[in-house]
Design a protein around this ligand. Structure first.
Ligand code: SAH
Ligand code: SF4
Length: 411
């Protein structure tokens, strides 16, 4: 692990809901290299544009957020102003594109529900970016184009401190929190790329990239405000995925924003979950269920439960019975995802046919379940595969679970 420790949730003051919805903008964590393009608020942009007619603020703001344009591309601005803006350090982007990888359309067996048969459409494809941050670490962002929609999967932290055994990001450790601007910029870059590639308009954002969004609540919350107010996305199409940071879920419940919530469950008994997801030792399943229930009641939205199917670990009928027992009272939807292989953990994915049978078992026990195949495995862009190579690799410590796997049932 490098750099500062992850922000402790308890140190974040809880803002009353009205402050989050209306009033002043929430502050994100400070930008290490100084404020950049998407960290600024309108007042700060007005200061930069002092002496210009007031309509210029809206013009530049829209160019930044709606078009993802650089000031040099704003041909509706006078040339002198364009040059002045291009030279202003606070209007520089925060993300440097280190790599851009593309995979065609959906992969065999991929999720093409409702897609036309035969030829894939030009709207389908996966793009992964590795973005360098000014102070060294890097993060990854994935754009997924489907026949009917485009979705971006964004990172909320550089690395992650939660240490889930099966996840490449967790294996690499934590570098630092992202700022509001660094999160928003990932979305704006992806929205522009979707337009330029002839994909569907980017309408969905999932916080399923690197990092634990609820351990960076301030920036994530501020980014969501900006994505709805400035980029024009619907809060209902933004989903926060969490490993189960209970105070964060409680705060989402208290604020009551209609943002979606996905809980990465993977095990529905405390002993196994604490092995796979160390955060479970802090907030066990009982507290988690209570917090999720409060969120569901307050928002009226359906919770999603994510379950990466790991051969011989969490894919027995008994595991499904436990999962059903957790999901049913919450009225939650279950997404089963075959595990994606990661370098630091020797465990295989449950075979596809078995995953389908597990989904059937869940349905028979009254739980709404779907099988999700991950996009972009060939470019290491699928769930849990994100781990920027410039980050120091922490030597994975074998857990009891791993020892059991390598000693017998596992690979
Ligand atoms: N930290 C958050 C969001 C980022 S992880 C969370 O854990 O929810 C995004 C999703 O990828 C989570 O559901 C996580 O459990 C899943 N994931 C991590 N490693 C995986 C792997 N190797 N195979 C499949 N899914 C994985
Ligand atoms: Fe962090 Fe999520 Fe990976 Fe766990 S699964 S280590 S919480 S990114």
């Amino acid at each position: 692990m490098t750099g500062r420790p992850a922000e402790s949730f308890e140190t974040i003051p809880v803002a009353p809901a009205e402050q989050v919805e209306g009033g002043a903008r929430e502050t994100s964590v400070p930008a290490p290299g100084g404020q950049r393009r998407y960290d600024l608020d309108r007042a700060q942009l007005s200061d930069i544009l002092a002496g210009e007619p007031s309509f210029r603020v809206a013009q530049v703001w829209d160019a930044l957020y709606r078009r993802g344009a650089d000031s040099g591309e704003c041909t509706d601005l006078p040339l002198g102003l364009r040059d002045r803006l291009a030279a202003h350090p606070s209007l520089a982007p925060s993300l440097v594109k280190l790599a851009e990888l593309e995979a065609d359309g959906e992969e065999p067996g991929g999720d093409r529900r409702g897609a036309p048969d035969g030829q894939r459409t030009g709207a389908e494809g996966t793009v992964k970016w590795v973005f360098g941050l000014e102070d060294g670490p890097s993060v990854e962002t994935v754009l997924m184009g489907y026949h009917d929609r485009s979705t971006v999967c964004v990172s909320s932290q550089a690395g992650c401190a939660m240490g889930c055994t099966f996840c490449a990001t967790g294996q690499a450790g934590f570098s630092r929190q992202l700022t509001r601007g660094e999160i928003v910029e990932q979305v704006v870059v992806a929205a522009r790329a979707a337009r330029e590639r002839g994909m569907r308009r980017l309408g969905n954002v999932v916080f399923m990239g690197m990092g634990e969004p609820l351990a960076n609540y301030r920036s994530v919350s501020a980014a969501i405000t900006s994505l709805t107010a400035d980029v024009g996305l619907s809060a209902r199409r933004i989903t926060v995925s969490t490993v189960g940071v209970v105070p964060g879920i409680e705060r989402m419940a208290a604020e009551g924003r209609p943002v979606g919530l996905a809980l990465s469950l993977h095990a529905a008994n405390d002993a196994l979950r604490s092995e796979l997801v160390p955060q479970n030792r802090r907030y066990g399943l009982a507290k988690l269920s209570e917090a999720c229930s409060a969120w569901t009641r307050r928002t009226g939205r359906r919770l999603s439960l994510e379950w990466a199917c790991m051969k011989g670990v969490n894919d027995s009928s008994r595991d499904m019975a436990e999962l059903a027992g957790f999901a049913r009272p919450l009225g939650a939807h279950v997404n089963l995802i075959p595990l994606n292989s990661t370098p630091g953990w020797r465990c295989e994915a449950t075979p596809a046919g078995t995953v389908e049978e597990l989904a059937d078992q869940l349905r028979r026990s009254g739980v709404n379940a779907t099988v999700r195949r991950n996009r972009g495995r060939s470019i290491a862009a699928a769930c849990g595969q994100l781990a920027a190579t410039s980050q120091p690799r922490r030597r994975p410590v074998p857990t009891m679970m791993e020892t059991a796997l390598t000693g017998g049932r596992g690979s």
